[in-house]
Design a protein around this ligand. Structure first.
Ligand code: URA
Length: 426
């Protein structure tokens, strides 16, 4: 007998009251044990969605989610540890060059990652397009890879914030995803449990992101930075643009190829700029103030770490990446100056081509995706290529073409967002 009752907890939040520590600890624990059923947790999530959580409630809610599993111990890693988390965007392959780059500069990057859902891709899905590469890494191997290679990107096990796995799945089907306290506690419970000493958040803003406007993105960033600090994890956030896709590709193998281009000293300017901006933040947060990541990218040290990181998880860094059997080029119907390339439309097109999943259990295609030929500011003539659509299955092309047909804005008044919009944190 605990003395707590789910209906009382729901009523408190429904009526705009404050949950006390005991109520929060109990409901998270009992829900994770499956003693509180989904219908009661759904009602509570909706009450939180509508009435919010104040600072004390959110800190306790996040602590209870962390406490639903284990907090990793990285004390045997002889380097400062720092991770990056992106709130998700179209063409966001930055983790791929970033993790080995930061490792090459002397910090260790422990990244327990998830799979993509909806129109944004997941890092594990991208890496799985490399022949042989395995997302599952046993705990001892994970620590060893951090000690030797300095970077691991792998699947989070069931012991990492299990409450979040259950809550996230429930939010997905109850219309309660887009709540700042619920997003902040979901992300930060996993990242704090991961055990890194410092964390850099890339909070995306724009059509292709969760947060469509800068004000909400800033509130989310400030909330997460505060939660990190409360748990002793030095956390900073960059607000970055996701109105247009990042780089020139959206899709799993396509994005890996683009990341390898960046590691080889080429690649699109926006991907290079954001990789270096986040690397500088991560190195500073890890206490490595005098290291220049641009040098490690230029002289091939980051590429060496990439190769070691891929090989350590069974991947062949020299293997040819798979390519799509079917493709079609979408061309400009008129001449004009491109003033916008809608990230959301490109993300949905990649998803319809097979690069993303609608349900957690769905498989994804390694080869499906979109190559983007235009950027805001480009002048195009009628008939110029705008996008290449890649897929395993040609029947997917018409629906992708339909959504991408309106992705390009010509001669409009839209001002693209600056790539790095703001920085939050000390
Ligand atoms: N990513 C997460 O991990 N959780 C959320 O709630 C939203 C995005």
């Amino acid at each position: 007998m605990t003395g707590y009752d789910a209906v009382d907890v729901i009523r408190t939040k429904r009526d705009g009251g404050q949950l006390d520590d005991g109520q929060i600890d109990w409901i998270i624990e009992a829900y994770t044990r499956r003693d509180v059923p989904d219908e009661q947790m759904s009602a509570l999530l909706m009450a939180i969605f509508l009435n919010g959580l104040d600072g004390d409630e959110l800190a306790r809610w996040t602590a209870a989610m962390i406490g639903s599993g284990v907090r990793m111990d990285l004390s045997s890693v002889p380097f400062p540890t720092v991770d990056k988390h992106s709130t998700g965007g179209v063409g966001d392959k930055i983790t791929l060059p970033l993790a080995p780059l930061v490792a090459a500069c002397g910090a260790a990057v422990p990244q327990l990652s998830g799979r993509g859902l909806g129109h944004t891709g997941g890092t594990l899905d991208k890496l799985e397009s490399i022949p042989g590469w395995r997302a599952a890494v046993p705990y001892e191997d994970y620590l060893e890879q951090l000690r030797t290679v300095g970077a691991v990107v792998c699947a989070a096990g069931d012991e990492l914030a299990p409450a979040d796995k259950l809550l996230y799945a429930l939010r997905d089907v109850t219309g309660t995803v887009e709540s700042i306290p619920l997003i902040a506690s979901s992300i930060m419970s996993k990242k704090i449990a991961e055990g890194a000493g410092a964390l850099v958040l890339d909070v995306k803003v724009g059509s292709g992101a969760f947060m469509k406007d800068v004000a909400r993105a800033r509130t989310l960033a400030e909330t997460m930075v505060g939660l990190g600090a409360a748990h002793g994890v030095h956390t900073v956030a960059l607000l970055t643009a996701m109105d247009a896709p990042l780089g020139r590709t959206a899709g799993n193998a396509l994005e890996v190829a683009e990341a390898v281009e960046v590691l080889a000293g080429g690649g699109p300017p926006d991907v290079i700029e954001l990789t270096l901006a986040l690397a500088r933040e991560m190195l500073t947060a890890a206490g490595l103030h005098d290291v220049d990541p641009a040098a490690a990218l230029a002289d091939g040290r980051a590429m060496d770490r990439w190769r070691a990181m891929i090989a350590a998880q069974g991947g062949d860094p020299d293997a040819e990446l798979p390519t799509a059997p079917e493709s079609e080029t979408v061309r400009a119907e008129r001449a004009g100056t491109v003033t916008g390339v809608d990230a959301y439309a490109v993300g949905v097109a990649a998803w319809r081509l097979g690069a993303g999943r609608a349900r957690k259990e769905d498989p994804v295609s390694a080869v499906a995706g979109v190559v983007v030929h235009v950027r805001p500011g480009d002048r195009v003539e009628a008939g110029a290529p705008l996008f290449d659509l890649h897929t395993d299955d040609a029947v997917r092309i018409p629906r992708a073409r339909e959504v991408i047909a309106t992705a390009v804005e010509y001669d409009g008044a839209t001002q693209p967002l600056p790539l790095v919009i703001d920085r939050i944190g000390a």
